[in-house]
Design a protein around this ligand. Structure first.
Ligand code: S3P
Length: 434
């Protein structure tokens, strides 16, 4: 078991280039694999989740070369994948599982998907329902709505799906299956979730469009597709990883850091909007677009007088993975922060609502869990503690950051789960704290 003990620090200084975006890295392998020609991916995230995606497509006959500074995916075309010899191992990755299910629904061979204990307890009915309505035959082998999943494809027809959750994974699974359908497919979600699939599909030559409705709901449309075409993709830095250093610099006195080349797509930038509402000193520099994705450098300075705020509604999908570290930020801000409509956090890699409430309480924070969020009365001095990551990368990284601004050292058990999304996290953090 890996254990990390982290001491309070006197300030973060310097520059950091954040590893590639996890969501975009997954999608680049998936679309590259089902496109014609070669897709060259630079700044790909070599985290365990994205490596699971690579492994799955290699098992279906795709040649994927890992070069020192890029990944080359030699695509097989929309209908060129071949049946894997064994179960596809999706590891800890919900994104791999849900998105690949959409692609596998359109193949002419059956597959089985299975992952680790956490993955195999996460809800999969949310993709089984729409994909089976389109004509696939996806079965939960333990009949509990979770993986292992057996996917037997069928002739797919387009549907209009009204998704009960704002989930990019659900939306993407349906849109990817829609490429293989006999008529157009659309998905309406209660609030706009991350749109990387839509942007990348457009880049690969598919017809995709999105309607934003006045009530905050959003509908994505995709047309059946003959072929996709390989692309050059430069993956922006992952704002979900940058979030840890943003919060660290804001709460540790004397900090000033420059985060280079960070994705700021407006379906992902909720953390920046929340930080601004709390009064944070963040400057966006060098904003530009790369491959349809908004990118910028972020200059973040210690902000002594952060104020609590309310986080709810349509902003939630744009910061869903950042809520654990936003809870840490709120613990160091004055006044009350209330987070609502975040019940999805209960079904992530761990039950992030319960764990954040439990662990921050252990450190002396005044925090109360609610049905769909938490209420944090910030501004108290926090103490170190010995805390388990529950093998959830975002829990481990959130408490590594909390430890920097508390009164005594904090120990994280099973700390190396950061490999899922940010293998060099502790090294980058140490460098900034020097
Ligand atoms: C992701 C979508 C989100 C997010 C996850 C990555 C994606 O999940 O939490 O880390 O890449 O599409 P949901 O779609 O379940 O909200």
């Amino acid at each position: 078991m890996s254990v990390r003990t982290i001491a309070p620090t006197r300030g973060l200084k310097g520059e950091v280039t954040i590893p590639g975006d996890k969501s975009i890295s997954h999608r680049s392998i998936m679309l590259g694999s089902i496109a014609l020609g070669t897709t060259e991916i630079t700044h790909f995230l070599e985290g365990a989740d994205c490596l699971s995606t690579i492994d799955c497509f290699r098992k279906m006959g795709v040649e994927i070369e890992r070069k020192p500074s890029s990944i080359l995916v030699h695509g097989k075309g929309l209908r060129g994948l071949t049946a894997p010899a064994s179960t596809l191992n999706v590891g800890n990755s919900g994104t791999t599982t849900r998105l690949i299910s959409g692609i596998l629904s359109g193949q002419n061979f059956a597959t089985t998907l299975s992952g680790d204990d956490s993955l195999n307890s996460r809800p999969m009915k949310r993709i089984m329902t729409p994909l089976n309505t389109m004509g696939a035959h996806i079965r939960s082998l333990n009949d509990n709505g979770c993986a292992p999943l057996h996917i037997r494809p069928g002739a797919l027809h387009g549907i209009h799906y009204q998704s009960p959750v704002a989930s990019a994974q659900v939306k993407s699974a349906v849109l990817l299956a829609g490429l293989y359908a006999d008529s157009p497919t659309s998905v309406t979600e209660p609030a706009l979730s991350r749109n990387h699939t839509e942007l990348m599909l457009q880049g690969f030559g598919a017809y995709v469009a999105t309607d934003l409705h006045t009530d905050g709901t959003a509908t994505a449309h995709v047309e059946p597709c003959k072929e996709l075409y390989g692309q050059q993709i430069c993956v922006p830095g992952d704002i979900s990883s940058a979030a840890y250093f943003i919060v660290a610099a804001l709460i540790v006195p004397g900090s000033e850091i420059l985060i280079k080349n960070c994705g700021i797509n407006e379906t992902r930038d909720g953390i920046l909007r929340v930080c601004r509402a709390m009064g944070a000193d963040i400057t966006v520099l060098n904003a530009h677009t790369s491959g349809g994705e908004a990118v910028a450098d972020l200059l973040v300075r210690y902000t002594p007088d952060l104020k609590g705020c309310v986080i709810e509604g349509d902003i939630i999908p744009t910061l869903i993975d950042e809520i654990p570290v936003i809870a840490v930020l709120a613990a160091f801000a004055d006044g009350t922060t209330t987070i609502r409509n975040a019940e999805e956090l209960k079904v992530k890699e761990s039950n992030r609502l319960d764990i954040m409430v439990h662990h921050l309480s252990e450190m002396g924070c005044d925090i109360t869990g609610t049905e769909d969020g938490m209420i944090i009365n910030g501004g108290k001095t926090l103490q170190g503690a010995v805390l388990d990551s529950f093998l959830d990368h975002r829990i481990a990284m959130s408490f590594a950051i909390a430890s920097l601004a508390c009164e005594s050292t904090l120990t994280i058990r099973r700390a190396d789960c950061v490999n899922i999304s940010y293998p060099a996290f502790y090294q980058d953090l140490e460098r900034l704290c020097r």
